[in-house]
Each structure stands twice: as structure tokens, then as C-alpha cells.
Design a binder for this molecule. Sequence first.
Ligand SMILES: Cc1ncc(COP(=O)(O)O)c(C=O)c1O
Length: 319
Amino acid sequence: MASTTHVVIQANATPIYADVDPHTFLISPDAIRRRITSKTRAIITVALYGLSPDMDPIMSLARQHNLLVIEDNAECFLGRYKGRLAGTIGHAGSFSFQSSKHMTSGEGGMVITDDQELALNVRRVCSLGYRGVGAGKAKLQRTDIQDPDYARHASMGWNYRIPELCAAVALGQLENLDELVRRRTAAAELFQEAVGNCSWMTPQKIPADCTHSWWTFVAALDTNRIGWRAFRDAFAANGGDGIYAAWRINYLEPMFQERKLLGRERFISPEILESYRPGLCPVAEGLQPRLLQFKTNYWNTNEAQQQAEILAKTIRQLS
Ligand SMILES: Cc1ncc(COP(=O)(O)O)c(C=O)c1O
């Protein structure tokens, strides 16, 4: 999902892509190891579709090379990795409250960290570099703003603050988060059952020590057996509902191929710009056109049950 790339480019840094594991569809620690150089500063892991990547070897690589780890948990609320909550393992974790996510405030999100200095820097970057931002009571006094010499801006920053109205909605959603995740999990379990032992559709593999949070239920299609669009059409003809393709591979998008990086392409070396082409991450490139994403946000379990039955029927028809 391209936001993880955008944020690197917005920081005037260079995105380096590491390939994924063919079974979990998630970033592979071995692939990361092969891409680390003396210029590497941070690793962003993505809990894609709601499942945490294999964090232990990634954290150990980070310690070895003195790198920061940021967990992109936009799609993973209450997911677990070896008993730990996904998003609490790296130095910071980010969550999205955009409208398709487990909990939403329309737009917005949050960053979590247990590093005070990092927290302050994140707040400042999100808030025009204000010196007075903080988690506790505002540090700004009336006398400060009545002082013409008051120096507000400790650093440069953007206005990425979540609006207070959205934050209020997010707090309400947070109270229901267990239930919101439970409903998605129930839908995903029904889909999983519907796929059963189908030889030409393979769901995302969930390692035994992980808990999936099921933003979507994803399976790889054997497209030698049946084409993506042919499957979609058969599913839809039976009354199937939300089904999405996986995002195209970021570096193959026109933004890279046509160098449309809003001037920031000058921060990326010509050799790396040149490397953004087919073959860079062969496993991800092979998987992406085969992935089916089924939505899991059915408020009504009967509706999810009906969709799972339609999936099972479609598989039977095409087998
Ligand atoms: C994996 C991933 N990262 C980042 C984002 C961006 O989150 P937001 O839309 O809140 O900026 C999203 C979805 O929107 C996402 O799915």
C-alpha cells in the first residue's frame, strides 16, 4: 500500500524495497538483511491485511545495524506476535483511522511509542514544530502568547494533527475495538472454512504464534488454473460482494516509472531510481496479480455467512 512509500519520500529519504515471504505475503527478514547498507536508517514493517510480520529477526537486525523500526499497523488492530500486541514491538507503531479500517474517525490516525523524545518529535512534526506540544497539560501559558518575543517553533513541521472532532469519534470507536475486531475475525473464519482445502486458492499463512486481526481475508489464486477476473466474475454472478485486487507494486506505479515525485526524485540516486523496475522483488511481483482481498467488515454475521457460502459455491463450480 503506497502510503508507506510516500512517507519515506516525504522525509526526503530513499525507499528501498525488500521482498516478501511467499506464504505470509509479508516482508521477509532475510530479504531485509540483503538490502541493508551503510546508508540504511530505518526499517518500516507493514502488518499487511492485519497480520504482523516476523518481528524478532527484524528487531535483531535493527539492533545489529543500529536502525529504527517503525511498524505500519494501519491494517492491524489488536493483532499479536508471540503474545505481544502488534505495533508495540518496534520503536514506534502507526495506526490508521481512515474509513476502511477496524476503527475509524473518517480520516486520521495515531503513532505510539514508549520513547519520550521520539514522541515529542512526532508531535512537533505533526504540529508546525510547536515547542509547547505534549501529552500532558499544554505547556503553553497565556503569558507566553502575550509575549511578542515568545519563540514557538522548535523545528519545522507540518499540520498533520488529527482534528478534535475526529479524535472524539476515535475514542468512541476505541471503546468498541474488541467487538469491531471480533466481527471481522468471525467473518474471516467463515471465509477460511469456505476455502477449505481448495488446491487452487491459498489463504495468507498465519504462523502458529500470531493472531491475525483480519482487516481483509486474502488468498492467492493459482491463475494458471483460473484467471483473476474470471474468478471475480463467477463470484459476483453468484451474488458475491466486496472483492479487491492487491495494490500494484509501488515501484512499478507511474509515480516511479515517470519520476513524478514532486521534485524529491533529486534526493534519490540515479542508480536506485533505475533499480525500480520489474525483477526487484520477484516474489511480491509474482503474488500481487494473484491476490484476492475479501472484505471482512460485515456488521451482520448472517451477511458474512451468506458471502462465505457464495465463496464455497463458486469454488465448487470452478473445481
Ligand atoms: C498499510 C497502510 N499503511 C498506511 C496507510 C495510510 O493510512 P492513512 O490513510 O490513515 O494515512 C494505509 C491505509 O490507508 C495502509 O493500508
